[in-house]
Design a protein around this ligand. Structure first.
Ligand SMILES: [Zn+2]
Ligand SMILES: [Zn+2]
Length: 259
């Protein structure tokens, strides 16, 4: 799911991406104005997933749909009672009346029963994976900033309380979000890697920074935020989307350690 979601974003033809903003604008706007726990990235993951599932249902063989769906629920930790025998199902041509067909229908019922929860738990997993991929977060939010820019006139008219002077209004961060950003960035400035957690140095003040700046049509979604030290925050201009492509390592590996 993670591979497809990133793949569709960087796909040259951009077909799905170009429809995303138009189709999802209603769900995206509140998240752009004010941080929500269900983010614009969750929306994108679900959007890509739903499209691929919809496509599979129309173009794939029963066997392939089943193997895709059963993998999703089993990856989410659900154990299906059994798998149908597609040799037998092809022989009866899915008659709907034989023993194998009723077994198949029962297993599909099991899948439907846990489907939404299984998809959701995969979406959560993929989201957490993406949250540490700063390059993807920046590219994604730069794309969103282009959408905001192209719609800015109508946004100003329809959402004047959230759009000020042609830019999304700044908001203050809820505690859960500030904590999450500090934890995700391991208490270290995303640009210079200085500790700002207070563990090593109480003097180092931190700032929660918009990766794509508000001045460049950036937004207030959690995926557009990073931890910076006070100094880097002052230097990063309001036109720069600077971040670090390399995630902060848990430990350093020196070249002599590589065998
Ligand atoms: Zn049958
Ligand atoms: Zn710094």
């Amino acid at each position: 799911m993670a591979g497809t979601t990133i793949g569709e974003f960087y796909e040259d033809s951009n077909l799905l991406l170009s429809e995303f903003w138009r189709d999802s604008k209603h769900q995206l706007l509140p998240r752009i104005f004010k941080p929500h726990k269900w983010t614009i990235m969750h929306e994108w993951i679900v959007y890509v997933f739903n499209f691929h599932h919809w496509y599979a249902e129309r173009h794939f063989e029963q066997r392939d749909i089943f193997s895709m769906e059963s993998k999703i629920v089993e990856d989410a930790g659900v154990l299906l009672s059994e798998h149908p025998d597609f040799e037998l199902l092809n022989e009866c041509n899915f008659c709907g009346g034989c023993a194998e067909c009723s077994k198949y229908m029962e297993i599909n019922k099991e899948i439907r029963y846990v489907w939404d929860d299984s998809v959701l738990s995969l979406v959560h997993t993929v989201f957490h994976l993406f949250m540490s991929n700063k390059k993807f977060l920046r590219d994604f939010n730069e794309y969103i900033s282009e959408c905001i820019k192209s719609d800015i006139n109508s946004l100003m008219i329809e959402n004047h309380e959230h759009v000020v002077n042609g830019k999304i209004r700044r908001v203050s961060w809820p505690k859960w979000l500030e904590r999450a950003i500090i934890f995700r960035d391991k208490g270290v400035c995303s640009i210079c890697r200085k500790d700002v957690s207070g563990t090593l140095n109480l003097e180092n003040k931190y700032a929660i920074d918009h990766i794509v700046p508000i001045a460049s049509y950036g937004n207030n979604d959690p995926t557009n935020l990073q931890l910076l030290c006070w100094v880097c925050n002052g230097i990063k201009s309001n036109k720069s989307s600077e971040t670090n492509n390399i995630d902060i390592p848990l430990w350093n590996v020196e070249s002599y350690m590589i065998t």
